[in-house]
Design a protein. Sequence first.
Length: 178
Amino acid sequence: MGLAGVAEGGRGDHRRAGHRLRAGCGIGVLADLLPDGCSYYGCDINPVYVEEARRRSARVDTTFEVRDLEEVLSSGETFDWVVVTSLFGMFPETTAYELMPRFWAACRRGLSVTTIDKKAFAGGPLMRFEFTSHDPDRLLAVARGLPQAGRVELHEGREFPQFRRHHWRHGLALYAWR
């Protein structure tokens, strides 16, 4: 997905200085897109991805670890911003909605989530793997119900010129701020 759009976050608020958590960081692409003043903590359960992220990152304010999401969310650690890009597609749909309050508890300023719009994309015979999509109305309802959520926005992939192919047609980006 066009991570520059995610990094910019609803009108640029997520680009402010601060410490970010990226659960399921993969090879760490988002870390390279953040402006100065932003630090980054990326974790993933795949050691090959984490090693590649460490190898390719030139930032000194970046940490990558092999670490399970459950351990991070149970640790009590907090971050200014929590960024969840496409990770929800790896969980059953109801689990993703249940995880949102846990991600929210780990952030001091805001949360961004990207996923696929269930109303626009329900999978298909050409998919080689199972990927969960999410109902935009349910995402908004869950986000609006987060304690101390001030502003909540849901954007379609078409609003992000950086998104490509099916992300542009079917993508969603949810932002919530305290």
